[in-house]
Design a protein around this ligand. Structure first.
Ligand code: GDG
Length: 502
């Protein structure tokens, strides 16, 4: 396997996502805008390719600017993150009225698409003007993307480059591609268009519940390439194109004919910056002071898709069925506050608070509490130390596009005696991480059995399973994902193509 580092392309990359790879903050003393970098895996992998190929990034900066022409600041000179090299001229910020943005983001994306795409239609609320605002915002993104494309083409005029790649991300922007294509064709601007969905794509009988299912499919089919994490989501999408729109499809080769063009659909499972997590785990100081207690770790945004309530009930069932774990095992659950503007998320917080209180009230002794519950964000160092020293990591979503926590846990398992990963088959990661223990979160008693098996697994079995899990994540890391994408879109120079998918 060759690890070619940053892939080089003959084309510039224009990334379009709801958020820019950094947020802007207004310094209250100087009233100047400043960048705060983001260190997510996606940014780590994608930003260097944008920078290297003189590309651009289109997105919202996290702040509603009164003057939309206010200049984007350059990065802070001390900034060591991957976005540091992204010059302000490579950033196209999208400014939208805050009320419309809230309706698009919370009303449409988080209250309709998020539950529906996670096959939880009962939680979706189709009412209101949210769809209208979603259309408005997507159109605005398309206009800004065309401006970015024009800028990119003007800059690279005369060089030997192939057409820029416009890469649109996620369920916030499912309509934008079609308008980008129309404008680009009208203005004779060459480009290749790609889309990647970070969440599951549901089966047809769920997807068709959306009143605007046709429009969404047509939006995505504006692309030349549509990527999902796993094959099942690809097949669901192809199925929907055939059954909703009557498109001719090839399920074996994942092709959809639409508007006289053939759209390629591809599974592109995302990875993590594996080496970064290994390094963090190697240097992070110990967080857990007592080594006698076995720690079961959970790390999630506080989201109803992550299966927190079921997980807590499974842990309670474990303590009832296997009381030998009392005072020996503790569940450390980190729940990061998320979407607190949305009622369902506030209600979930109440429910989890109460459940944690009830279970702790039931089992706590003078020297031990069964659950330690952190409702906060912990630093990456602390997170890596917890991943490294936990005996078991529970990744038990009811539904999840991929799930990066499972992969990060595995990367941080550098101790001689490794821990055990328990994973739900309803996460994209559960499709690939075959050596983990599978656990159906809906079967609470069975889940308790799986946790017991993880806690009591013989050392040699843990070593074997973890070694295989780590090998896969090391090879299929986020740079590998980036190369697979560029290869799929036909933009990779041949030197960079020597990678395997396991
Ligand atoms: C979407 C899809 C898909 C969490 N708590 C802390 C913290 N985190 C970091 C983790 C991980 C990330 O947040 C969560 O990633 P997930 O993949 O689990 O979940 P989503 O946010 O739902 O992401 C998902 C992903 O997109 C990528 O395509 O896998 O299926 O839903 O990186 O480390 N980081 C720190 N402190 C915390 O307390 N530092």
């Amino acid at each position: 396997v060759t690890n070619a580092g940053e892939p080089s392309t003959k084309a510039s990359l224009i990334v379009v996502s709801n958020r820019l790879p950094f947020v802007l903050i207004r310094n209250p003393k100087t009233d100047e805008l400043e960048r705060r970098a983001s260190a997510g895996g996606l940014v780590t992998a994608v930003c260097p390719v944008v920078i290297k190929g003189s590309g651009l990034w289109v997105g919202w900066s996290g702040i509603h600017l009164k003057d939309p022409n206010e200049a984007i600041p350059e990065s802070n000179p001390n900034d060591q993150t991957p976005t540091a090299g992204l010059k302000s001229e490579q950033v196209v910020s999208v400014n939208i009225d805050s009320k419309i943005f809230d309706s698009y983001y919370n009303g449409c994306c988080n209250k309709i698409f998020w539950p529906l795409f996670h096959s939880m239609p009962g939680r979706a609320n189709f009412g209101g003007e949210h769809w209208h605002d979603y259309v408005t915002v997507n159109k605005h993104f398309a206009v800004r993307t065309i401006e970015a494309l024009e800028k990119c083409l003007a800059k690279n005029q005369g060089s030997e480059k192939s057409p820029p790649i416009v890469w649109i991300h996620d369920y916030h922007l499912m309509l934008a591609a079609n308008w980008v294509r129309e404008h680009a064709e009208e203005k004779n601007l060459p480009c290749r268009l790609a889309f990647f969905l970070h969440i599951p794509f549901p089966p047809w009988d769920i997807f068709r519940l959306l009143p605007w299912s046709d429009e969404l499919l047509q939006g995505m089919l504006g692309c030349d390439l549509v990527g999902f994490h796993i094959q099942d989501y690809c097949l669901n999408f192809v199925d929907c194109c055939q059954r909703n729109l009557g498109c001719r499809v090839d399920r074996n080769n994942l092709l959809v004919e639409h508007g006289g063009r053939t759209v390629r659909v591809r599974p592109l499972p995302i990875g993590i910056p594996y080496e970064r997590f290994v390094n963090l785990a190697t240097t992070a100081p110990k967080v857990l002071k007592t080594s006698k207690m076995q720690i079961i770790l959970g790390v999630d945004r506080l989201d109803y898709t992550k299966g927190l309530v079921h997980r807590l009930m499974a842990f309670e069932a474990l303590l009832l069925k296997y009381p030998q774990h009392k005072e020996k095992v503790s569940l450390l659950q980190i729940s990061v506050p998320s979407r607190t503007d949305v009622k369902e998320y506030r209600e979930l917080k109440e429910e989890v608070d109460q459940l944690v209180g009830r279970i702790n009230g039931r089992f706590t002794t003078a020297n031990w509490a069964p659950i330690r519950y952190i409702y906060d964000y912990v630093s990456q160092d602390e997170l890596a130390a917890l991943y490294r020293d936990a005996a078991v990591c529970l990744v038990t979503p009811l539904r999840d596009g991929m799930n990066l926590v499972a992969k990060e846990f595995v990367a941080c398992q550098i101790n001689e005696v490794p821990g055990v990963l328990v994973i739900s088959p309803f996460a994209g990661a559960g499709e690939m991480m075959h050596e983990a223990l599978l656990c159906n979160p809906y079967e609470v008693n069975e889940a308790a059995e799986v946790i017991h098996r993880a806690l009591t697994m013989p050392e040699d079995e843990r070593v074997l399973r973890m070694a295989r899990l780590r090998r896969r994540e090391a090879e299929c890391d986020v740079s590998h994902w980036m190369r697979c994408f560029l290869k799929a879109v036909g933009a990779l120079e041949m030197d960079d193509v020597g990678t395997t998918i396991m």
